[in-house]
Design a protein around this ligand. Structure first.
Ligand SMILES: Cc1cc2nc3c(=O)[nH]c(=O)nc-3n(C[C@H](O)[C@H](O)[C@H](O)COP(=O)(O)O)c2cc1C
Length: 180
């Protein structure tokens, strides 16, 4: 089985997971580049993994990735999204709906990553501050000014080894099935 791992990453978490996945299964790995991806040949790969970081409920780059579905529909396609939020069935379903993933025959995983405001640049710093302001104004549950202020001051560190292992176990199973 020949596997390609593609990823988008702003502060390094999605990249780190992509590297572990690629190393674990022996895959080629590339940062996702919209323009290059439009033209690149996928014919040597029977499995493609796409990792995208989350901004709001959008998996970064996933629309451009899925735009080539016609070239991938006969392959194993796995997508993982990385965000700072707690992983739950509800958040996973929400991501599937928001990114229209149920229109495709693929496997989807939500992994948890770190969040470090000090690593962000404009416009992401502005987007985070705007998001916090909106949550406080709406009085969303658990989003008081103090809690959200902490998000800016204190980095949240999270290493989702279990999530990476879940993706890898599926890839190993697919690899053993392709040998049979
Ligand atoms: C502008 C912005 C919006 C974000 N929105 C969300 C979100 O809605 N849900 C979530 O779980 N994480 C959100 N995050 C957190 C990132 O997805 C998280 O830090 C992730 O680990 C980043 O991956 P990366 O290091 O590969 O860029 C947001 C981060 C930024 C900068």
């Amino acid at each position: 089985m020949r596997t390609l791992v593609l990823y988008t990453s702003n502060t390094g978490n999605t990249k780190r997971y992509a590297e572990r996945i690629a190393e674990g299964i022996g895959a080629d790995i590339l940062p996702f580049n919209k323009r290059k991806f439009k033209k690149m040949s996928l014919k040597d790969y029977d499995t493609i993994v796409y990792g995208g970081w989350l901004s709001g409920t959008t998996i970064q780059g996933v629309n451009e990735f899925l735009a080539r579905w016609d070239d991938m529909s006969e392959k194993n396609v796995l997508i993982y999204a990385v965000g700072m939020g707690v992983v739950s069935k509800e958040s996973r379903d929400n991501l599937i709906n928001s990114n229209l993933l149920d229109l495709y025959h693929l496997r989807f995983y939500q992994l948890r990553g770190s969040f470090d405001y000090s690593k962000l640049k404009f416009p992401y710093t502005w987007m985070i501050r705007l998001g916090i302001k909106g949550a406080i104004q709406r009085n969303d549950p658990g989003t008081d000014a103090e809690t959200l202020g902490r998000l800016i001051e204190t980095p949240l560190e999270y290493d989702d080894n279990d999530g990476v292992d879940r993706v890898l176990s599926v890839l190993h199973r697919l690899a053993s099935e392709s040998k049979e």
